[in-house]
Design a protein. Structure first.
Length: 80
């Protein structure tokens, strides 16, 4: 199994809305715990260590390449 990087969500906007709704009303610490719990659940679902390692590396590279303000805005937690 290899890491799928082509778009695969039937409705990415609906997933984004669901994710933002899950974060609504949480403080920063609780929001980070939610993200961690979601990552662990999805990692368990994937189950393949090579795929997970590739995903972690790719995500780290993406975060390192973006300005910090963009990362916060993309998470729905930046700005007023």
């Amino acid at each position: 199994m290899t890491l799928a990087t082509t778009p695969n969500l039937a409705d990415p906007d609906a997933f984004y809305a669901l994710l933002m709704q899950a974060h609504r009303g949480l403080d920063e610490d609780a929001s980070r715990r939610l993200d961690a719990a979601l990552v662990l659940l999805l990692a368990n679902h994937v189950g393949d260590m090579a795929v997970l390692a590739a995903a972690v590396q790719r995500a780290r590279e993406a975060v390192a390449a973006m300005p910090a303000e963009q990362g916060l805005a993309a998470e729905g937690r930046g700005g007023p």
